[in-house]
Design a protein around this ligand. Structure first.
Ligand SMILES: CC(C)(COP(=O)([O-])OP(=O)([O-])OC[C@H]1O[C@@H](n2cnc3c(N)ncnc32)[C@H](O)[C@@H]1OP(=O)([O-])[O-])[C@@H](O)C(=O)NCCC(=O)NCCSC(=O)C[C@@](C)(O)CC(=O)[O-]
Length: 340
């Protein structure tokens, strides 16, 4: 059975199946019973696009700086309000991000878009300051095993480093966003308990992060585990201080994001074309694709301010450069309808 939707901005004027209608009506009332109530608070969702950083950091082929700059400039035209541009980590650890200064300085910045960069320590913070960053993202792990593999230190040592760099950031009026990695599972330590996540969240928030993004780094979370995590976190903080960052290894990312929306969270990280992965989290695939996220949110009647057609074109630009298929099902389905 098909219905024709004339004014749906995310779909060409062709017949789409019941899935879209379902996402507008059925899912609100039946799949997620509490959704109707929370969606009134959640009608505007902020998407944090992490494609240029998380999306590219694990790519084996060197992406030239001018391609990264074109990619970010295209993302800036899509209506996204936050685009994580690069990271100021050690190039010995993540060679793909070694051109951070060139990329950050080379992009055309719009004053209504925030362009955070990832920093691990004081050295990264100082380098980021030299190019005039206005927002940084810091990261700590809820698991010891991942902390050691990713940053060569324990979780507490990582937090201590972050506290030092946050002092500098605050002195320069730089906004600070936090990430917690491995919030439900770790490739080295297995299942992570919610108390460990809550401890890191408290440390990051109390030292100056305006929000903390919950990273399901290896994408093992399910509706149940995310629900349990959020129930516990919401005892120590409020939903407006939390964001979701779901890798889609097991295809659970959208469901987990819906679970977060139900709990009042309104900020979601994603990566165009589903690019991404951490070099130190073996087996993890990319983030939830921004195209799929936007399609879902618009289908649910939520506003993101993002132009899906431009996003699809941008996703295709970077996938074509990388010579890989887009991991976004929405991109795969709609690209030819929009552009051929
Ligand atoms: C933290 C370190 C630096 C410790 O690495 P280390 O080797 O212990 O550090 P070090 O202090 O001994 O320094 C070693 C060398 O790196 C240099 N160095 C030191 N710091 C910097 C810096 N900031 N920028 C540039 N260079 C730096 C330093 O100067 C020195 O150079 P050398 O003297 O040998 O020539 C390293 O482990 C590192 O860079 N790790 C980052 C790994 C990474 O970027 N992982 C991916 C991001 S996290 C992620 O993806 C998860 C997330 C956020 O997306 C959320 C989720 O998905 O869950």
């Amino acid at each position: 059975m098909s219905i024709k939707i004339e004014n749906n901005k995310d779909n060409p004027s062709f017949c789409i199946d019941m899935a879209l209608r379902s996402s507008r009506n059925f899912s609100k009332k039946i799949l997620f019973p509490s959704f109707e109530q929370n969606s009134r608070q959640n009608s505007n969702i902020r998407i944090v696009e992490v494609g240029p950083r998380d999306g590219l950091q694990n790519e084996p082929v060197n992406v030239p700086s001018d391609i990264k700059i074109q990619f970010i400039n295209k993302l800036s035209e899509t209506g996204l309000k936050t685009i994580e541009v690069t990271s100021f980590v050690s190039a010995k650890w993540v060679p793909q991000m070694g051109d951070n200064t060139k990329v950050y300085s080379g992009i055309t910045k719009k004053d209504y878009i925030s362009y955070p960069v990832l920093v691990p320590n004081v050295k990264g913070m100082e380098e980021a300051l030299k190019v005039g960053v206005k927002e940084v993202a810091v990261f700590a792990s809820a698991s010891e095993g991942f902390s050691r593999k990713n940053t060569n230190c324990s979780t507490q040592e990582g937090i201590n480093r972050i506290i030092e760099l946050m002092k500098i950031a605050k002195d320069h009026n730089i906004k600070i966003r936090g990430y917690i990695s491995c919030v439900v599972g770790c490739p080295y330590d297995g299942i992570i308990n919610t108390a460990s996540v809550a401890g890191v969240a408290e440390a990051l928030l109390s030292n100056g992060c305006y929000e903390v993004s919950l990273g399901d780094t290896i994408g093992v979370g399910t509706r149940k585990t995310i629900e349990n995590l959020l129930k516990d976190l919401l005892k120590i903080t409020t939903a407006d201080k939390l964001a979701m960052h779901c890798h889609d290894t097991y295809g659970q990312a959208l469901v987990n994001i819906c679970t977060a929306l139900e709990h009042g969270i309104t900020v979601v990280d994603s990566s165009v074309s589903g690019l991404g992965g951490c070099p130190y989290a073996r087996g993890a695939t990319g983030n939830v694709a921004t195209e799929d996220l936007v399609y879902m949110l618009h289908g649910m009647g939520m506003e993101t301010g993002v132009d899906l057609k431009k996003l699809i074109e941008t996703g295709r630009f970077i996938s074509d450069f990388l010579k890989k298929d887009s991991a976004s099902r929405v991109n795969k389905t709609l690209y030819s309808k929009y552009f051929n």
